[in-house]
Design a protein around this ligand. Structure first.
Ligand SMILES: *[C@@H]1O[C@H](CO)[C@@H](O)[C@H](O)[C@H]1NC(C)=O
Ligand SMILES: *[C@@H]1O[C@H](CO)[C@@H](O)[C@H](O)[C@H]1NC(C)=O
Ligand SMILES: *[C@@H]1O[C@H](CO)[C@@H](O)[C@H](O)[C@H]1NC(C)=O
Length: 231
C-alpha cells in the first residue's frame, strides 16, 4: 500500500461502514492491492482474454490511474475466458478500436459497489463507456443473496468478488456484457450462438432499432462521472 495516509484512512473508514452491512465482502482479504488490477485478474486464473483486451485498448493504464485519483472508486465486471470463448466468432474483431474501448469500459462502473450496496443502486446504472447517444448503462437487479447485471442484450449473474476493498471491486461474470448500444439491434441469441466457421463480418453501423434508441435516451442525470479521465 503505497497510497497516502489520507486515502488509507478514507478507505479504512469506508470499509468499516460497508463491513457492518456486508459479511460476504469482509471474508476476502487479498494480498494484491488495488494498485495492481491486472495482478488481481491474473491471480484469478481465468481472465486472460479480458486482461489482453484491457492491455490492447490501454484501458488498464487508464483505470489504474483513475484508481489512484478516485474518490468514488471503481467496480469492474470481469468476464471469464469461457465467456469470451462463447462469443460468436468475429464479435470482437468486428468492432472498431473505439468500440472495443467502449466494450471494455461498459464493464466498468465509476464507483465502488460492494455486493450489498448493489441493492441500493438505482437503474439504469452508468458505466464508463459513452457514445453519441450518451453514457452506456446497465441494470442491476438483486435479491438478498444474488445480484444480476443486464445490458438488455445479455444478463449475467454477478459472481464471486476477485477483489472488494474500497476503492476497487472486481466481480467475476460468466458472460461478456455486450452493450445494447453496440449489439442491441440483434436478438440476444444471434449475439451468443456459436458459429463453426470464423467468418469475418462487419457489423452494420447505425443498425439501431427505434425501440433501442428510445430506451437509451432515458438516461439519468447522474453526476458520478466527475473522476473520469479524458481519453
Ligand atoms: C502485478 O501482479 C503481477 C502478478 O500477478 C506481477 O507479475 C506484476 O509484477 C505486478 N505489477 C505491479 C506493478 O506490481
Ligand atoms: C438472475 O439471472 C438468472 C439467470 O441468469 C435468473 O435465474 C435469476 O432469477 C436472476 N436473478 C435476479 C435477482 O434477477
Ligand atoms: C433498466 O431499468 C430501467 C428503470 O427501471 C428501465 O426503464 C429499463 O427498461 C431497464 N432496461 C433494461 C435493459 O433492463
Amino acid at each position: 500500500m503505497a497510497t497516502s495516509s489520507h486515502l488509507f484512512l478514507l478507505a479504512a473508514a469506508f470499509t468499516a461502514i460497508i463491513g457492518i452491512t456486508s459479511a460476504a465482502t469482509a471474508a476476502s482479504p487479498a494480498p494484491i492491492g488495488p494498485s495492481n488490477l491486472t495482478g488481481i485478474l491474473d491471480k484469478g486464473g481465468q481472465y486472460n482474454s479480458f486482461i489482453r483486451l484491457l492491455r490492447s485498448t490501454q484501458i488498464d493504464k487508464q483505470l489504474q490511474s483513475q484508481l489512484d485519483n478516485s474518490f468514488n472508486g471503481l467496480t469492474i465486471f470481469a468476464p471469464t475466458d469461457n465467456a469470451f470463448n462463447n462469443l460468436k466468432p468475429g464479435t470482437l474483431n468486428g468492432l472498431s478500436s473505439q468500440d472495443q474501448v467502449n466494450l471494455v469500459l461498459s464493464h466498468v462502473l465509476p464507483r465502488y459497489y460492494s455486493l450489498s450496496t448493489f441493492q441500493t443502486a438505482s437503474n439504469p446504472v452508468s458505466t464508463q463507456a459513452s457514445g453519441p447517444d450518451g453514457v452506456y448503462t446497465v441494470n442491476v437487479t438483486s435479491t438478498t443473496n444474488q445480484v444480476n447485471v443486464t445490458t438488455g442484450v445479455v444478463e449475467s449473474q454477478v459472481n464471486n468478488a476477485l477483489f472488494s476493498d474500497f476503492p476497487l471491486a472486481v466481480y467475476s461474470v460468466d458472460k461478456v456484457l455486450l452493450p445494447s448500444e453496440l449489439f442491441g439491434a440483434k436478438p440476444p441469441t444471434a449475439a451468443l450462438a456459436p458459429k463453426p466457421e470464423p467468418a469475418k463480418e462487419k457489423p452494420k453501423k447505425g443498425e439501431t432499432s427505434a425501440e433501442e434508441g428510445e430506451a437509451q435516451k432515458i438516461l439519468p442525470e447522474i453526476s458520478l462521472m466527475t473522476d473520469v479521465l479524458p481519453t
